[in-house]
Each structure stands twice: as structure tokens, then as C-alpha cells.
Design a protein around this ligand. Structure first.
Ligand SMILES: [Ca+2]
Ligand SMILES: [Ca+2]
Ligand SMILES: [Ca+2]
Length: 430
């Protein structure tokens, strides 16, 4: 019996993609958004078919710095097929080096298990056709080179990424309520090592680690509460080069809503925007916990931008996505990185085995639910199929019996007796 229940528990709460930063006994993660990128060797560098967008102060260009990496068959994106214009000298804006691109090999081991499939988001600074980057020592932006597609322009100043608007995850904010919500964003990251800047002397070494920005993008009704990575992104995380690493960011929100409230209808009826006296008093914060390869690196509390919170109509949710960016300039000798397997999910309380009516207790009412559907498929909102087998059977009964009394203090002897008799009835019926 113990053995059966052990298997049952494992099946219900196992979400290995997010292991390491939530309590697997009392919490589970429900993935909401995933992006593993397109088809390997598709011959396209476009991000059009992905859910990735540029966002933030340094996401000027979609031309050079933020591309889809398809593994390089056919020569379009193979190692050495592009020149990266590094700006790692004494000035952020001077092109200091040319570096041929490098990609992670297909089959490279991922930190969380599995291997790289050859497709990823590719962030660089900046990607030009070979021998067509702005001259070393020239200012960029301001200098021009020839991009991968034959058009001409300067080296970009950075690259921020986040999910596009339609793929962001939202947390509803009911009126006059304190709402708590916990979420996690997760992705794999790889930074190839490069020889450093020949002009900078001391930096002319092969980097063994690289710092990059990680910042979930937060907004309310398209008003930014926190930008994605790039300058102002926070914090920087460090990873070793030439290996995949797993980055997880846990977000624990606490938001309190308080009127007065206006609505979009008010807005359009008045013919003007909200004024001071009808702004709401909504406020909130988020505790951000950053993990690399399962280890907690840093925690900090971000107060949600008060102006952006208050100047939105009532009932508009908070939205957010995974996000980040490369560090512009002074980026050591590693001006490209690869992001894969992006996931955003909500952290919820794990279901209590045996709580068929979802009231946080396991009691005789749950037994009645189980008995009513015993031998058949689960019915209605109440669900006694605790192991999701599609059928309510003796395994489900054992789960209920094991947790009987949960959430109700010490179970009463009479109730236990009833359950025992009921259990026997079920067994006889089989
Ligand atoms: Ca991939
Ligand atoms: Ca219950
Ligand atoms: Ca079942």
C-alpha cells in the first residue's frame, strides 16, 4: 500500500523542468508558455514564427542582434559565417574587434537533462557579413557595415528579448483585494568562448565566464513595470562559457488593489485621460529569486512602478514574461549567447490527494464523491481520480484513506469508522 501511494504522489507532482526552486511536496508548476524555437536547418534566421520580441531601451534593431539560430546546415548560420562586431574596449561605442560567430553543437548536454536540438534564440553584438563589419576603432552606431541580409547599418548597441504581447502571462487583480501569485520563468543559456579584444591588451584572453542580464519583463496594460534586460536590467548572472546552463527566476507577487476606480468606458466617455482624483491606489511588489543550475544566486524585492500601477483602469491584470539581454559594450570576449527552451509557468499549491471536492480537507464528503463515481470516469468539478488514470478505482481510495483527516485536525473516530465500512463496501463491489 505504501509503495502504491509513493508512486501516486510522484506522478502527480513531478514537473522536473522546474526542479530546484519550489517545494515539490507542497507546490507544483503548471507551464503556461513554452518556446523551443523552430525546425533545425530551416534555412531561416527570422524570428517571425517564434513568440520572441525585442523590448527595452536597447532593443533598437531586429536586424543584427536578435536572430533565430537553426544549426547552420546549408551554410547560412554555421560557425564562422558571420562577423560579430565586438565593442569591448575602453568605450562602449567603439568597434574594437571582429569575432567569427560560434554556435553550440547539436547534442551538447543541457544542464537540466537532455541535449541541445540545434535551434535557439541568438543574441549578438553585432552580426555582419564576413569582412563587412564597421572598421575597428570607429564609433558604432555611426559606422556602417553590411548586415547578414545585404542591408547596411551600424553595429547595434545591445539586444533585449522578451515574449511578445500575445504570449505574456497575466495575473488577474480583483478589486479591493490583496492578490498573491507565484510564477517561474526558465530557460537554457549557452555562451561560446571567444578570444578577446586585440586592442585592449589585458582583455586579449579567452573568457571562461560571462555576465548577462536577466530580467523578467513586467507590465500592466502595456505600461512597463520593469523592463527586460539590457542596461537597467537586473541582475547580472554569471555562467561559464562553452557549456549550457539553466536559469530560473521565481516571481512571488503581492498586489493590493484599492479604488477609486475608472474603466475604459469612463475613459472614452470623458473624452480625456484619467485625472489625479480618479486614479486608483493599486500597489504591489514582487520578490524575485534568481537561480543558475538550481542554485539560488540572488533575491531582491521589486516595487511595481507606482505610476504605471495606478494610472490603469480597474481590473487590468499584471502581465509578464521571461526576458533578458546581452550586456552592451565591455562584454569581455563573449559577444554572443544562445537561449533555448524558454518556459513560463504558474506555481500552485500541489493537489492534496484525497481532496475530491477541493476544499483543502480530506474528509467523509470526499469519500462520498469517490463512492459516487467509483468504477467509472470522474464526473463534474469534484474529481476523485487522484492519479489522473481516467478512472476512479481502488488506488484512488487508498490515496484518500492515506490522507484522511488532512486539514481537519484529528479525525473523529466515528468518521473513521464510516470510512472503513465504506471502503469495505467498495472492495466487496469490485
Ligand atoms: Ca531548441
Ligand atoms: Ca475535501
Ligand atoms: Ca484513478
Amino acid at each position: 500500500m505504501k509503495h502504491l501511494l509513493g508512486v501516486l504522489t510522484l506522478t502527480l507532482v513531478s514537473t522536473s523542468a522546474f526542479a530546484g526552486f519550489y517545494n515539490p511536496v507542497t507546490e507544483q508548476v503548471v507551464p503556461t508558455v513554452t518556446e523551443t524555437f523552430g525546425v533545425q536547418h530551416s534555412g531561416s534566421a527570422s524570428l517571425d514564427s517564434t513568440i520572441i520580441d525585442t523590448r527595452g531601451a536597447y532593443a533598437f534593431s531586429s536586424i543584427g542582434t536578435l536572430r533565430y539560430f537553426d544549426g547552420g546546415a546549408g551554410g547560412t548560420q554555421s560557425p564562422g559565417s558571420f562577423t560579430l562586431a565586438a565593442k569591448n574596449g575602453t568605450s562602449f561605442d567603439i568597434v574594437s574587434d571582429y569575432i567569427p560567430n560560434k554556435g553550440p553543437a547539436v547534442g551538447t548536454a543541457l544542464q537540466g537533462g537532455g541535449t541541445f536540438d540545434g535551434t535557439a534564440l541568438w543574441l549578438t553584438d553585432t552580426m555582419f557579413k564576413p569582412k563587412h563589419a564597421p572598421a575597428i576603432g570607429t564609433y558604432s552606431p555611426g559606422s556602417t557595415g553590411t548586415y547578414w541580409d545585404g542591408t547596411v547599418g551600424p553595429a547595434d548597441t545591445g539586444a533585449d528579448w522578451c515574449l511578445n504581447s500575445s504570449s505574456m502571462v497575466s495575473m488577474a487583480l480583483p478589486r479591493d483585494t490583496t492578490t498573491k501569485g507565484s510564477y517561474v520563468s526558465s530557460f537554457d543559456v549557452y555562451v561560446p568562448s571567444h578570444n578577446g579584444d586585440a586592442l585592449a591588451g589585458s582583455q586579449n584572453v579567452r573568457a571562461t565566464s560571462y555576465n548577462f542580464w536577466v530580467g523578467p519583463y513586467l507590465e500592466r496594460d502595456e505600461f512597463s513595470l520593469q523592463s527586460a534586460g539590457g542596461i537597467g536590467g537586473d541582475p547580472t548572472l554569471s555562467v561559464s562559457t562553452d557549456a549550457w546552463h539553466k536559469v530560473d527566476v521565481r516571481m512571488d507577487f503581492t498586489v493590493t488593489t484599492q479604488g477609486p476606480y475608472y474603466t475604459y468606458a469612463d475613459y472614452y466617455a470623458s473624452g480625456h485621460g484619467p485625472t489625479d482624483n480618479i486614479w486608483n491606489h493599486d500597489s504591489g511588489s514582487v520578490l524575485l529569486s534568481y537561480y543558475v543550475d538550481g542554485a539560488l544566486i540572488r533575491q531582491r524585492t521589486q516595487v511595481l512602478d507606482q505610476t504605471s500601477m495606478r494610472q490603469r483602469p480597474a481590473d487590468t491584470p499584471i502581465s509578464f514574461s521571461a526576458g533578458g539581454g546581452i550586456i552592451r559594450g565591455c562584454q569581455g570576449s563573449a559577444p554572443e549567447l544562445y537561449i533555448d527552451n524558454i518556459m513560463v509557468g504558474q506555481i500552485q499549491a500541489a493537489p492534496i490527494l484525497g481532496d475530491a471536492d477541493h476544499n483543502g480537507k480530506v474528509d467523509f464528503n470526499d469519500y462520498l464523491v469517490l463512492e459516487s463515481s467509483f468504477g467509472g470516469p470522474p464526473s463534474g468539478v469534484s474529481n476523485a481520480d487522484f492519479d489522473n488514470s481516467g478512472k476512479v478505482d481502488f488506488i484512488d481510495y487508498l490515496a484518500l484513506e492515506s490522507n484522511f483527516g488532512y486539514g481537519a485536525g484529528v479525525p473523529e473516530p466515528m468518521t473513521l469508522t464510516l470510512l472503513g465500512l465504506g471502503g469495505l463496501a467498495i472492495i466487496r463491489r469490485r
